[in-house]
Design a protein around this ligand. Structure first.
Ligand SMILES: *Cc1c(COP(=O)(O)O)cnc(C)c1O
Length: 367
């Protein structure tokens, strides 16, 4: 029998697992404990909320896209009182709005925020918001799945107590494992929470008590080995290129897409109104009136199925186009190809477009 590269692997050791956690911690410049969870990022996102929130919690839940809605539902399910702060998907939340919420509801002791939203294309000023949250003294939970690798994610500098990442977006890695950095404050909140999951797949405390506090010598269960190796390879690749370089590729892809679309015309425009609110991970576009976004995307993909184009999810499918220029698609080729294909699809619908002008503007951003 010949050995198979995926199947006939020696078991992943505890030491190797711990070293992957340490590399993820370095990627986040954090001294906090980093726990790698054996599932997609929704696992630590739910574990973080269920571990820290309970009937005594008043949570400020910032909604800048579809994930915020889900987090609010989990918080309510835990018995927390939830103050929802919804921001239109074409904008970002500001630190001033967060401060207003604290002034109106001084009892807020937990803040849930999504850093960047791949689904709606906006990004929020976490450094400034973190300052406001720290002044108020609330626990700060951040979904950085769509920002890590595309823009700086600095839980320690920003005072983030629970920072969740996944590798499947800008890191260009696997979707099946994820990580969360946990501050001392967050561990203390969990330890004091009678409702925090224990002896459960959702439990962060299990990892604290049986993995971290034991010196990371014995794993709780057999890890998702292939996904762990893929995560290790993905972090290695980012280290080799340099995190700053990976971030710069995403910044350039987003700026090029935005500038290209503005030059393209044809009624297509950036969905997020202000450039500073637009996420480096993905650029969302508003379809011209009279054009159904999902149909325009279908035409563009018919010309080139490899392009990173998608229509918005759910009700947004009619009006939103997503250019998912992340990971392996944070390239000049993917951006230029997307502009050409969208331009051709608009021209087919009788819209006047300037593809040459769009490409010139886009190329300038990759110089
Ligand atoms: C992508 C993403 C996740 C993870 O969800 P998947 O759809 O399974 O990839 C979580 N939060 C945010 C903000 C994301 O963009």
């Amino acid at each position: 029998m010949t050995t198979h590269p995926f199947l006939d692997l020696a078991p992943l050791t505890a030491a190797r697992f711990a070293s992957i956690e340490d590399r993820v911690a370095r990627l986040l410049s954090t001294e906090q404990d980093v726990v790698i969870m054996q599932g997609e990022a929704l696992l630590p996102l739910e574990g973080a909320i269920r571990g820290t929130a309970g009937p005594g919690t008043t949570a400020l839940n910032v909604i800048t896209g579809p994930y915020g809605q889900t987090f609010g539902d989990w918080l309510r399910d835990c018995g927390a009182t939830v103050v929802d702060l919804a921001v239109p998907f074409h904008a970002a939340v500001t630190a001033a709005r967060i401060r207003e919420a604290f002034a109106e509801h001084p009892e807020i002791d937990f803040v849930s925020l999504v850093h960047a939203e791949a689904a709606t294309g906006n990004t929020n000023p976490v450094a400034e918001i973190g300052e406001a949250v720290r002044e108020h003294g609330a626990l700060f939970s951040l979904d950085a799945v769509a920002s890590v690798g595309a823009e700086p994610v600095l839980p320690d500098a920003w005072g983030v107590d629970l920072c969740v990442i996944g590798a499947q977006k800008a890191m260009g890695g696997p979707a099946g494992v994820s990580a969360v950095s946990v501050s001392e404050r967050a561990w203390a909140r969990m330890a004091a929470n009678p409702g925090a999951p224990r002896r459960s797949y959702l439990s962060l405390l299990d990892w604290k008590e049986r993995w971290i506090d034991g010196g990371r010598r014995t794993l709780l269960h057999a890890p998702a080995q292939l996904e762990m190796l893929a995560l290790e390879a993905c972090v290695e690749r980012i280290e080799a290129a340099g995190l700053d370089t990976v971030i710069a590729r995403h910044t350039a892809a987003a700026a090029a897409t935005r500038a290209g679309v503005l030059a393209l015309g044809g009624g297509l425009e950036p969905y997020v109104r202000e450039a500073e609110d637009a996420a480096p991970v993905a650029t969302t576009l508003r379809a011209p009136s009279g054009v159904v976004a999902s149909e325009l995307v279908a035409s563009a993909l018919a010309a080139d199925p490899a392009l990173p184009l998608a229509a918005g999810g759910g009700a947004l499918a009619k009006e939103m186009i997503r250019v998912n220029h992340y990971g392996a698609d944070a390239t000049r080729e993917a951006v230029l190809g997307s502009l050409v294909a969208l331009g051709a699809a608009l021209a087919d619908r009788g819209r006047a477009v300037d593809v040459e002008g769009a490409l010139r503007q886009a190329v300038a951003n990759f110089a």
